[in-house]
Design a binder for this molecule. Structure first.
Ligand SMILES: Nc1nc2c(c(=O)[nH]1)N[C@H]1C(S)=C(S)[C@@H](COP(=O)(O)OP(=O)(O)OC[C@H]3O[C@@H](n4cnc5c(=O)[nH]c(N)nc54)[C@H](O)[C@@H]3O)O[C@H]1N2
Ligand SMILES: Nc1nc2c(c(=O)[nH]1)N[C@H]1C(S)=C(S)[C@@H](COP(=O)(O)OP(=O)(O)OC[C@H]3O[C@@H](n4cnc5c(=O)[nH]c(N)nc54)[C@H](O)[C@@H]3O)O[C@H]1N2
Ligand SMILES: [Mo]
Length: 715
């Protein structure tokens, strides 16, 4: 028999040790994951975590980031109480205040700005976290402001807009029924380990893989049958050239095109400009590879495509490139076809789970048509038309210039100024100039230091939350430990503020659960029933969107067809945008002599997640220094050895990074991860390098650069 000490040491859950296993989810990375977690809890403290074996998504697995949850939630810099700023902005001088005082001050201030400058002068912002977003959006609209805007102004939405333009619906690849998978900017080994596993399974089953990536990645190494390596941001030209090859050879589905595709003739004519004579010069991809890709698409249908909307959207021509890639599925009849691209309407917070909720109704019913245009509406009219929320890439400008109307106050949940291009010179300045700034975060971040009031949020381990998963699953978690210090769930803060400001919104004032029960009206389960179950439940209303017949019933586009030529864009010539997926080269108009190399960044790392994990020691030790990858020949030409420090400069600024010499990257290119406090890439790029279609910043091909050695690294 094991002694109590032995049981405790082994962290065995049993009455003798008092250790219990409780279930929750990891919300460190993309909401596309949010794996199920078993938290071992003793005396209100999480002492160990594991993947939950019964969770329908991860089935017991966890990634490096997820495995570090204990370090993450117990970070030393957790905000402990509400705080009021006492020193200059950015200084980090605060004094604790009560929740009562915080709520009173915030309510008075926000209502005061509403009275004097109109409700639109108050901006409601969300960083990467998604779980509370419908509540925040409704709070914003019930307050009377159109200015709800999020991090999604730089992530995912660009691809969504491309789909909305063409089909009026989001879509996803029906990979498990495909014979050919086209992974365009797709490296799940780093960004979605569960999907890497699926990919390997399909590979074993004989599915063919084309991978298009600017770098030689694990996916290329393990999976690719054909690898195309374009220069960053030249993907549109490459896709148009593949289309031209398909069309020239008659390898397109004319019957399908005739019935379901709009604008084919004009598009086919445009594709003729991308051919054997110019494609290598335009993209760096030899013409032979373009021909091979077309041949494989012809031979191995059905084909599904995964176009990642971060690396493809992060260019000044990003959305058009994405449209050009999607077009390949239309002309080959692979849209809305088994094994091709399946329409996938959203269930909740952009997850397609195969059942319907009232999320949209919940948010939209609070929005009045008389509201002013949101931030960014004038500058990014297509974004405004399709997304109907603020484009946050225009927020700093509007704060600083005050046009078309002033922004006086910002209520932000998890804001990180380093996620914006021109971080220091533009967004940080805007925060300095703002009259009133509230930031709600788990941690005392550099951004929070600019706030007038900081409120402590709690982590997913300390709150209850609703989450929908693919395959018809609904989950409502229980807190596994009480909120640390005086922290509170974001949604409680939002609903409390609705009460303090006495907004005319009884549902919001009734709290998160009441809102959720309303949103979940179309399904059989109440929040209480879901919570009782303690693990995700399959809802009876699950209805997989796989009947492959949406297009024959007519799409909700102006022509009812898949629009290669967007009639929405064509009907607004004043926007100055092209209805066809036209191509424009990146890095236009830069001095090649002064800045001979290309800079790309943001390509994900397995141990980093934006700004969240740079301060988590287990993860930081995997790559302790802010490093940039360069090709061995470039390193040699500049006298740079592995581990040396070098200066990376653009027309916008310089940072110092550690050299990682690697053949993953092509010659002439520098690549690094973003968001390091000591080497922030966001400072190297100009805030106005934005895609006119989506408003997305050109993180991945914004600028040319040069490098010079600074010396050996010091410990
Ligand atoms: N570990 C980890 N996982 C994450 C994140 C993280 O920070 N860390 N972030 C999450 C978020 S917010 C997002 S948006 C997703 C992003 O998810 P992904 O899109 O999968 O992420 P990336 O690694 O940025 O890009 C994928 C591949 O695109 C390539 N690429 C870059 N630029 C180009 C280009 O111009 N053309 C082509 N063809 N390829 C290019 C990169 O070399 C990389 O191999 O990841 C999510 N998952
Ligand atoms: N240079 C460069 N910039 C980029 C990108 C790039 O590739 N390069 N990628 C872009 C993309 S795709 C994305 S998705 C964004 C990510 O952009 P960010 O929003 O910067 O993402 P994070 O740093 O993960 O999270 C922001 C803050 O949310 C806080 N937070 C975490 N959980 C919670 C919570 O439950 N409640 C509250 N209130 N706060 C919480 C974190 O502590 C953090 O301070 O960055 C974009 N910016
Ligand atoms: Mo993202």
């Amino acid at each position: 028999m094991a002694t109590k000490e032995e049981l405790l040491k082994a962290k065995i859950p049993c009455p003798e040790t008092g250790i219990e296993i409780r279930h929750t989810l990891c919300d460190i990375c993309s909401p596309g994951s949010h794996c199920g977690i078993d938290a071992y809890v003793k005396d209100g403290v999480v002492i160990k975590i594991e993947g939950n074996k019964n969770h329908p998504l991860n089935r017991g697995l966890l990634c490096t980031k997820g495995a570090s949850n204990r370090q993450y939630i117990y970070r030393e810099d957790r905000v402990r109480t509400p705080l009021k700023r006492t020193g200059p902005r950015g200084s980090g001088s605060f004094e604790p205040i009560s929740w009562e005082e915080a709520y009173q001050t915030i309510s008075e201030k926000l209502l005061g700005y509403k009275q004097s400058f109109g409700a639109q002068s108050v901006f409601f912002f969300s960083g990467y976290s998604k779980w509370y977003r419908p509540i925040l959006q409704r709070l914003c609209y019930s307050f009377g402001s159109p200015n709800y805007g999020t991090e999604s102004s730089t992530c995912f939405t660009s691809g969504l807009m491309a789909w909305e333009t063409a089909t009026a619906l989001p879509a996803r690849p029906d990979m498990r029924n495909s014979r050919l998978f086209l992974g365009w900017a797709h490296n799940p080994y780093y960004t979605g380990y569960l999907s890497a596993r699926n990919t390997e399974r399909l590979k074993k089953q004989g599915v063919k893989f084309i991978i298009v990536d600017t770098m030689y990645t694990q996916t290329v190494e393990k999976i690719a049958d054909l690898f195309l390596q374009p220069r960053p941001g030249t993907d549109g030209a490459l896709a148009l050239a593949i289309a031209n090859e398909l069309i020239t050879n008659g390898w397109v589905d004319y019957e399908y095109i005739e019935k379901y595709v709009h604008g084919f003739e004009e598009y086919a004519e445009y594709c003729k400009g991308f051919h054997a004579g110019n494609i290598e010069a335009l993209t760096g991809v030899p013409c032979e590879k373009v021909k091979q890709a077309a041949q494989m698409i012809h031979e191995y249908g059905p084909m599904s495509i995964r176009e990642s909307s971060a690396p493809l959207g992060h260019h000044a021509n990003g959305m058009q490139n994405y449209r050009a890639i999607m077009a390949l599925s239309a002309i080959t009849g692979n849209y809305d076809r088994k094994g091709g691209q399946t329409p996938a309407p959203f269930t909740y917070t952009h997850q397609s789970s195969g059942y319907h909720t009232w999320e949209h109704k919940f948010v939209r019913e609070a929005r009045k048509s008389s509201m002013a245009a949101a931030v960014g509406a004038q500058r990014f009219p297509l974004w405004n038309e399709l997304e109907k929320e603020a484009q946050t890439m225009d927020l700093a400008r509007q704060i600083r210039q005050g046009t078309p109307y002033p922004i006086k106050a910002l209520l932000a949940f998890g804001m990180n100024f380093r996620m914006f291009p021109g971080s220091d010179q533009h967004m940080k300045k805007a925060l300095e100039e703002l009259e009133f700034f509230v930031d709600v975060d788990l941690f005392m971040t550099d951004t929070a230091k600019y706030a007038d009031i900081v409120l402590p949020a709690c982590s997913s381990f300390e709150r209850e939350e609703f989450k929908s998963y693919p395959g018809g699953y609904a989950y409502y978690t229980k807190p596994v430990i009480p909120p640390l210090y005086e922290s509170r769930p974001d949604t409680d803060i939002m609903c409390d503020l609705a009460r303090y400001m006495n907004l005319n919104d009884p549902l919001l004032k009734a709290g998160y659960r009441a809102c959720l029960n309303y949103i979940l009206s179309p399904i059989s389960y109440s929040v209480e029933q879901l919570q009782e179950a303690d693990t995700p439940l399959k809802v009876p209303e699950f209805h997989p969107h796989e009947e492959y017949a949406t297009i024959s019933r007519g799409l909700n586009t102006p022509t009812g067809k898949f629009e290669l030529k967007s009639e929405l864009i064509a009907s607004h010539p004043e926007w100055g945008l092209d209805p066809l997926p036209t191509y424009r080269a990146p890095y236009e108009g830069e001095d090649e002599t002064l800045y001979p190399m290309f800079l790309t960044e943001g390509g994900r790392l397995p141990n980093a997640l934006h700004s969240r994990l740079h301060d988590v020691s287990w993860l930081r030790t995997l790559r302790p220094k802010a490093s940039a990858e360069i090709h061995p020949e470039d390193a040699a030409a500049h006298g740079i050895a592995e581990g040396d420090l070098f200066e990376l400069s653009t027309a916008n600024g310089s940072i110092t990074v550690t050299a990682l010499i690697s053949r993953r990257i092509p010659r002439g290119m520098v690549s690094l991860y973003h968001g390091y406090r000591e080497a922030n890439y966001g400072n190297l790029i100009h805030q106005d390098r934005l895609d006119p279609y989506s408003g997305f910043p050109a993180f991945r091909s914004s600028t040319r650069c040069r490098i010079s050695r600074k010396g050996e690294a010091h410990e």
